[in-house]
Design a protein. Structure first.
Lengths: 385, 118
């Protein structure tokens, strides 16, 4: 476990009992950083002015998942659910099965597991059931093709490191299932990801369940139409799951990933509107919009996809006591808050430099170079062999 | 003569005041054009956010309070916890101009000196 070098910093936020926060936003990052740093956290005023105050079912489901992968965590929630106290236990890992609440997709739960899994006592094998694809959170397909290669850059690899979509379940019904296996690491390798290189190919998955398999082909055609202006090497797999593997609700969607020469992955994705929630969407429109979202992501650029910025910054923070550098696109609001939380929990502040592309370069918008020295976190939970 | 001398002195002393507004606006624009200090934006604004925490409450007829939860800080604190970064709606990817702005991100674009596809 990481031990703070200077006992207590002059931080308003830090009372003697741990860290205090307001509101339910950034819920996962607070609990994840609390678990990793061992600092207690108290979140007050959770939807306190809402007509329906307190924690939602999906947040309760998330806490239950956190309880399953840790040992000895203490969780206290007040009667109305507006105050949560969390004292983290040890990260245990092992074989875990969890029914994820369908208000949010599995991506919501998985994003937190990706951050915790490398630091567990035994390697994690998590079977998560619920909604695999929706239009709010990053889907399991995108996490599989962007977050996993990113983690490999930090030295997390081997022993069946994988994320497998066993059954697909669209929102709102769900009924999907994924298996996530992640080995543990004692230390993180510092990284120097400063040049993404040029994009050499685009890959993707067009999926459809409980609708005509032709939908996926229509998605592929329009998406290719947009992207072929840039690069010929495009392959989009069509994935049509049937019967027991197709979940409870109909739907379709598209995931696109651009791979660069230096092994960076930029992604975009879109899912059809859930059944019974708003206007249905034509596959042609969805394919085109998704392709244009990939162009937007390329414009933002950097070595890390915009939805994985926090994961990269966390692994940099928890690296060995050495300099890590990562080039990012513009920081997302979620990432900016994550940086503030990293400062609260680990007392690490990043050096943030803007890099403007030169006049004659056609490489999209401004980039941000993030530099930090890792805290030298070592995973003492991990069993020695 | 003494009078004119003091006048001259006055002129010299006041010279720096000439075009003060212009200088100020130039300095301001220079600062605006300079690279924004992101570190300050990320780590500094927490204090600023705390300062604005005192909720301004308008009173109607001294009896009712106008509640605008959407605008308060608390609304942001209770917003949806999601890592997705919604694209900039100002970018229209139907325009050739936008498409050209990212051409060199692809292997099919222009390569820098000293680099090649191998």
């Amino acid at each position: 476990m990481w031990i703070p070098t200077d006992s207590i910093r002059n931080n308003n936020n830090m009372a003697s009992h741990g860290l205090d926060y307001d509101g339910c936003n950034f819920f996962r990052q607070r609990l994840v950083l609390s678990t990793l740093s061992g600092k207690r956290v108290r979140i007050k005023n959770i939807r306190s002015k809402d007509d329906n105050p307190g924690l939602r079912d999906f947040e309760a489901s998330f806490i239950r998942l956190l309880d399953k992968v840790t040992n000895g965590s203490r969780i206290e929630i007040n009667q109305t659910g507006t105050v949560l106290f969390y004292q983290p236990g040890l990260l245990y890992g092992g074989s875990v099965e969890h029914e994820c609440n369908t208000q949010r997709s599995i991506g919501y739960y998985l994003e937190a597991l990706l951050m915790l899994a490398p630091f567990m006592k035994t390697s994690l094998k998590a079977t998560l059931k619920g909604v695999t694809n929706d239009h709010i959170d990053p889907t399991v397909d995108v996490l599989k093709s962007t977050a996993l290669p990113l983690m490999k850059q930090f030295g997390i690899d081997g022993e069946g490191f994988d994320l497998k979509v066993v059954k697909r379940g669209m929102a709102p019904g769900g009924g999907g299932e994924v298996v996530f296996i992640c080995p543990t690491r004692r230390t993180m390798r510092p990284v120097q990801l400063t040049d993404p290189g040029k994009i050499k190919r685009i890959r993707g998955v067009a999926y459809s369940v409980r609708v005509s398999p032709q939908m996926a082909n229509r998605l592929v055609d329009t998406a290719r139409g947009v992207l072929n202006k840039f690069i010929p090497d495009i392959y989009i797999y069509t994935d049509h799951m049937k019967g027991a593997n197709s979940g409870k609700s109909p739907g379709f969607g598209l995931t696109l990933v651009a791979e660069t020469m230096n092994g960076s992955f930029l992604s975009a994705e879109m899912s059809s509107t859930p059944q019974g929630q708003g206007d249905p969407m034509l596959p042609e429109d969805l394919g085109k919009n998704c392709a244009q979202m990939l162009l937007e992501e390329v414009y933002r650029g950097g070595c890390v996809d915009s939805s994985n910025q926090s994961l990269a910054l966390l692994l940099m923070t928890l690296g060995q006591q050495d300099v890590s550098k990562v080039l990012l696109g513009p920081l997302s609001p979620h990432t900016i808050e994550f940086l503030r939380h990293i400062r609260d929990f680990f007392q690490i502040m990043f050096k943030i430099q803007v890099q403007k592309p030169s006049e004659d370069e056609r490489k999209g918008g401004d980039k941000v170079l993030m530099t930090c020295v890792g805290v030298g976190y070592s995973n003492i939970n991990k069993t020695l062999k | 003569t003494i009078k004119s001398g003091s006048e001259e002195e006055e002129l010299g002393a006041l010279k720096w005041k000439d075009g003060l507004q212009q200088k100020a606006s130039e300095a301001f624009l220079r600062q605006q054009a300079a690279i924004p200090n992101l570190r300050k934006l990320v780590y500094g604004s927490v204090v600023a956010a705390d300062d604005s925490e005192e909720e301004e409450e308008e009173e109607l007829g001294g009896l009712f309070r106008v509640s605008r939860p959407q605008k308060s800080k608390r609304f942001r604190a209770d917003a949806v916890d999601c890592s997705r970064f919604t694209p900039d709606s100002a970018h229209n990817w139907d325009l050739e101009e936008m498409l050209n702005s990212i051409r060199d991100c692809f292997v099919t674009g222009k390569w820098e000196e000293g680099q090649d596809a191998a």
